[in-house]
Design a binder for this molecule. Sequence first.
Ligand SMILES: Nc1ncnc2c1ncn2[C@@H]1O[C@H](COP(=O)(O)OP(=O)(O)O)[C@@H](O)[C@H]1O
Ligand SMILES: [Mg+2]
Length: 162
Amino acid sequence: MSSEDNLISPFPGIRPYTKKEAENFYGREREVEDVLSILKRYKLVTICGKSGSGKSSLIEAGILPKLQKGFLGQAGKEWVICDFRPGISPLENLSYALSDSGVMYLKSKSKTTDHQNYKNKIEEKRDLGLIEIFASSEIYEKKNLLICRLSFLYYWLKEQRV
Ligand SMILES: Nc1ncnc2c1ncn2[C@@H]1O[C@H](COP(=O)(O)OP(=O)(O)O)[C@@H](O)[C@H]1O
Ligand SMILES: [Mg+2]
């Protein structure tokens, strides 16, 4: 075996970069700075692009590591990251992700009824329901909440209006 066989490729191949690969993530410095400066001023950033253009990698290896190091957002330096896979039941999966212990609570434990309550609230009040869930949570104004892959909600809301 030559010494070259021990070299590890800095590219992950046909999958997005993960947080652990942030050290090998290059070429998106400008985009990372742009997203962070928007996050400093506004509560919502939308990252759009064709499949394969690098959105997931930008978020995972570019933005999340910076937030978790203590980036100053509108509600201080702490960030709660709520990442979920919309799958075939996006509303169900978002409600589960929000009710995961630790997401909406500072010290007290999440309740078994949270998932159903969150789902009902979003179904009933749509995007305002999501805002209400956050505004009445323990973390409101104490921590920033970043919800990834929320774009499904906008498609869902559009369908509801038809
Ligand atoms: N900055 C980068 N440098 C090199 N390869 C990258 C970079 N960003 C993404 N890739 C690669 O491009 C492909 C698509 O990236 P991905 O983040 O999955 O895009 P998207 O989420 O937009 O579909 C993946 O194979 C990923 O490893
Ligand atoms: Mg992706």
